[in-house]
Design a protein around this ligand. Structure first.
Ligand code: SF4
Ligand code: SF4
Ligand code: SF4
Length: 327
């Protein structure tokens, strides 16, 4: 039996439960085992009307997690990590910031011969093998058993490794907050990195993520990854459409379905800092794991050459991501 849930399915479940036994909305909102099974979300682009109710809901729901920086900021020596201060620009909603973990991208594309504006909700993709988690030097980024990746604001030093290794450069830094102020305020890090944590606390309570709950068009559906993938293929076959997220960066727990190719959407939409692309995303962890393996098995004499070759391969992946970000 399918366990996929949108807001409407959740409401239907609640009404049905009210007429029978007082069943817990927890069981109605998400699969019962929502803490150990990989949960994915399906985003059906053609349903989104760009109303931004999800963006507002994300901001409201996560207010208590947003940074409250101390000023003036300590001066850094050496000044390797630039100051990034979004505290006076908390109302920015057209890109990712430490205070805006979800935004709506738009692109004008040809759909069945008609110029159409597509609205695309963007946030962390929640990769199945997330480089932001695996390569964080301080263990501040974690992946929960249900596939959610999150950054612990109490442990993060704001060095932005997570952002640099993310194919979409998702995490965003706020200076003047976090552990570095207590440790080495002028030498270590420069703040804390922030991004969508898939409302892990709401999910643990059996509630839908705030953005899914608020959407009037049922754009997003949440459920076990295999069911989400099957549903994405069903919709894509129905509309002769395209899928993004099944294989990108080795696979993600955010799956988009669109009536037009994603390369086309990517070309049509505005790029820039804090605005993730929808282009190709090679598997960053495969490159990183190859690098680690080469370091162990390469004969001593050939070590530098082998590592150099793989570093070049790894770097070209990162450059591709950077190029996509700033296109
Ligand atoms: S999209 Fe980026 S920030 Fe999100 S899980 Fe993947 S690597 Fe991490
Ligand atoms: S899942 Fe939660 S944190 Fe992530 S974008 Fe939606 S509302 Fe925001
Ligand atoms: S609330 Fe739903 S329809 Fe409105 S912008 Fe968000 S995803 Fe699109």
């Amino acid at each position: 039996m399918s366990t996929l849930l949108s807001r409407r399915a959740f409401l239907r479940g609640g009404v049905a439960a009210a007429g029978t036994v007082a069943a817990s909305p927890v069981a109605k909102a998400l699969p019962q085992d929502n803490t150990s099974e990989q949960l994915a979300t399906l985003i059906d682009i053609q349903r989104c009307i760009g109303c931004e109710s999800c963006v507002e809901a994300c901001r409201d729901s996560n207010q208590t997690k947003f940074p409250n920086p101390a000023k003036p900021f300590p001066k850094m020596y050496p000044n390797r990590v630039p100051v990034e201060d979004w505290s006076e620009k908390q109302d920015v909603m057209d890109r990712l910031t430490p205070y805006n973990w979800l935004f709506i991208q738009s692109a004008y594309v040809d759909v069945n011969g008609e110029e159409t504006e597509l609205s695309i909700p963007r946030r962390c993709m929640h990769c199945t093998n997330p480089p932001c988690v695996k390569l964080c030097p301080w263990g501040a980024a974690q992946q929960l058993d249900n596939g959610i990746s999150r950054i612990d604001a109490d442990l993060c030093l704001g060095g932005s490794k997570c952002k640099n290794v993310c194919p979409w450069q998702i995490p965003q830094r706020q200076t003047g907050t976090g552990l570095y102020l207590d440790l080495l305020p002028s030498l270590a890090g420069n703040g804390v990195m922030y991004k969508c944590d898939r409302c892990h606390d709401r999910i643990a309570e059996g509630e839908l993520p705030a953005c899914i709950d608020a959407c009037p068009e049922d754009v997003q559906t949440i459920g076990p990854r295999d069911e989400i993938i099957a549903e994405a293929h069903r919709i894509a076959a129905d509309i002769d459409g395209y899928i993004y997220g099944e294989h990108e960066n080795g696979g993600t727990n955010t799956i988009y379905v669109s009536p037009v190719p994603f390369e086309e959407i990517n070309r049509a939409m505005e790029g820039g800092k804090g605005i993730p692309h929808l282009g190709a995303a090679t598997n960053r962890m495969e490159a990183a794991e190859n690098l680690a393996l080469a370091m162990v098995i390469a004969p001593f004499a050939g070590l530098a050459a082998a590592a150099g070759k793989i570093v070049k391969h790894f770097k070209s992946g990162i450059d591709q991501g950077d190029a996509n970000e700033t296109k």
